[in-house]
Every structure is written in C-alpha cells, then in structure tokens.
Design a protein. Structure first.
Length: 154
C-alpha cells in the first residue's frame, strides 16, 4: 500500500513540474494594462472592419483581445503561445493581402509569450482572391506588417 501511495505522489510531483514548466513566461507588462497603437490603415479584427486611427488594445479576459478607438471597436478570440526567445519590440502584427489587413498577433517586448489568432474566413477569402488575381505569381508567403505599440494611455 505504501509503495502505491509513493508512486501516486511521484506521478503528481512530475505532473506538477511539467505543468509549471509548460506555462509561458509572461512579461510584467501584460495586456490587462491597455497599450496604444497608431494604425495607419483600415484593418479587420474578427468580423469588425475598423478604419485607420489610434486604438487602445487590451486583454481583459483570457482568450479575448479588445481593440477600441474613436471610430470603432472590435474583439477577437486569441490564444497564448510561447517562443524560444523574448520579443525584441512591443508590436501588433497584421497579415496583408492586396489592400486588406488582418490583425493576427500581439507581442510585448521582453516577453516569451505572444497572443495570436487563427485565420478567419475573410482572411482565407482575401488570400484566395489575391491568388486568383495574380495566378502567375507562384507560391506566396503571407505578407506581414508590424506596427509598434506605444506606452499605455494615461
């Protein structure tokens, strides 16, 4: 009986260590504190189309990213991912197809983790439309556009 309990304790300890090391390292500046970005082009976040402008970006709940500006607001589902090295800059990353931009990632300087969203139906459609418009262009890498995040609003 003692060996069975000892085995259960060892399994629980190993599982606890694995869970602790699997958690992404989060920078002190999390997105629960809003950050600001001046976005120079119209873009899409989730199903919302937003014009160019200054936006406040924050993650109030795990899995939701809020983007709010004077001209509109949007929310999208995001997942947290870990990287091997910390981000050098605080930025948001858009995928760009023709004249359409889709918000896909948020990175915070010094953090090993980032927030990202999966490809939406509208983004897949934009990718297909661009490929059809340029059939001889060959395979195309996603065009990514990075926009710097500014200090939190005061």
């Amino acid at each position: 009986m003692l060996s069975f309990v000892s085995t259960k304790i060892r399994v629980a300890f190993v599982a606890g260590l694995a869970a602790a090391f699997a958690q992404p390292v989060v920078n002190a500046q999390s997105l629960s504190t809003p950050v600001v970005a001046n976005i120079p082009f119209a873009f899409q976040i989730g199903s919302a189309h937003l014009p160019a402008g200054t936006y406040k970006i924050e993650s109030q709940e795990e899995g939701l990213l809020w983007v709010r500006g004077d001209s509109g607001a949007g929310v999208m589902l995001v997942m947290r991912a870990s990287e091997n090295k910390p981000s050098a800059d605080s930025e948001i990353v858009f995928h760009h197809y023709g004249n359409q931009y889709f918000l896909r990632e948020v990175r915070t300087a010094g953090s090993f983790s980032l927030l990202w969203s999966s490809e939406t139906k509208a983004e897949r459609r934009a990718k297909v439309e661009l490929a059809a418009a340029e059939p001889n262009a060959g395979p195309r890498e996603d065009s990514k556009v990075e926009v710097a995040l500014l200090a939190p609003p005061r």
